[in-house]
Design a protein around this ligand. Structure first.
Ligand SMILES: [Zn+2]
Ligand SMILES: [Zn+2]
Length: 327
């Protein structure tokens, strides 16, 4: 019964919430009824290191990283089959083949975030990179993956590689000073550029929204928020940076059937088409493989079947569309 309430709210049309704005049609390209963007928050072991919810957070993080590694080629196959692009919000460290510890520190060139605690993480002692193995992709595949980034970049589907900070920091203005943020982002841009990638789309780790002026300064065109589950419209910060609002996360609940998951995500896109909104899904590629094998193919088929009515795109391509239309 644990997720039953979510079903009720969904049936009553209370979740996702429908946003009403004037001139809503200007956000939807001519000839289309909705805009669909799907993000993957791509982080391997970096996200859960300082989790407050478990004792062995590093072991848990490494276990998730291996699941994520195993899932990504299958996710890419499903995307190819149904021509669905994903915006991969990628932790910058994953671009590396290896790194080394010198005088007890790794990444001396990246400024450290100070000690902090938020709703998810508690970082109270040691160095931020203490769990960094200072190894390489063969021995420590949980912490590095230029191989997967290459696989995404070279895929026939036009995926996008976006940015999720270098080391999955809390980006709030309260916990992250602008010089730390700049240092993380410059490191990401340097590594991405070496891989022939220009970073345009950003996702704050755990939606720790902050340092927005920093994003503008570093040339990002959009970021994603998750203040609520919204079928709505983009909003502009400082006339330069687009905010895309999350609609729902891809989840795999034990107490929901495969059939219900498929129904629900298809129905969300139907509501988006009916109301001419953006539909922004996001997920962790470390999700239960059952989702990827049994649910994702059916919902991606449904998305693709509607591709004449839904502008299915990446975050940067949609920001480009908005900017080129003077919005
Ligand atoms: Zn490292
Ligand atoms: Zn994350």
């Amino acid at each position: 019964m644990k997720n039953f309430g979510k079903k009720v709210k969904f049936t009553l049309n209370l979740d996702p919430k429908l946003e009403l704005v004037k001139e809503r049609h200007k956000f939807i390209p001519d000839g289309y009824k909705a805009v669909l963007i799907i993000y993957a928050d791509f982080e391997l072991a970096w996200a859960w290191r300082y989790s407050k919810f478990m004792e062995s957070s590093v072991l848990y993080a490494e276990k998730l990283a291996i699941t994520e590694r195993n899932n990504i080629p299958t996710i890419l196959d499903v995307c190819s089959e149904f021509n669905i692009p994903i915006t991969w919000a990628t932790v910058g460290h994953l671009f590396l083949n290896s790194c080394i510890r010198e005088q007890n520190l790794v990444h001396n060139d990246v400024k450290r975030i100070g000690y902090f605690e938020n709703d998810f993480w508690s970082y109270k002692n040691g160095d931020w990179y203490d769990t960094d193995p200072a190894g390489n992709v063969s021995n420590n595949p949980e912490w590095y993956c230029p191989d997967l980034i290459k696989m995404i970049k070279n895929n026939a589907v036009k995926h996008e590689i976006g940015c999720h900070t270098f080391s999955h920091i809390d980006c709030t203005d309260k916990n992250c000073k602008s010089d730390v943020f700049d240092s993380e982002i410059l490191k990401c841009k340097e590594l991405a550029s070496d891989a022939g990638i220009s970073l345009k789309s950003f996702v704050h780790p755990a939606h720790t929204i902050g340092n927005l002026s920093g994003l503008v300064k570093h040339g990002f065109t959009s970021y994603r928020t998750d203040f609520d589950n919204i079928l709505g419209y983009p909003r502009k910060f400082e006339d330069k940076l687009w905010e895309f609002k999350s609609t729902w996360e891809f989840v795999c609940f034990d107490d929901w059937s495969v059939k219900y998951h498929i129904y629900r995500y298809s129905e969300i896109l139907k509501r988006s088409m009916k109301n001419n909104t953006n539909c922004v899904f996001w997920f962790h590629p470390s999700i239960n493989p059952k989702f990827i094998c049994e649910i994702m193919p059916s919902i991606f088929r449904f998305f693709n079947d509607n591709s004449d009515k839904v502008f299915i795109t990446t975050a940067s391509a949609y920001a480009e569309y908005l900017n080129s239309n003077g919005l």
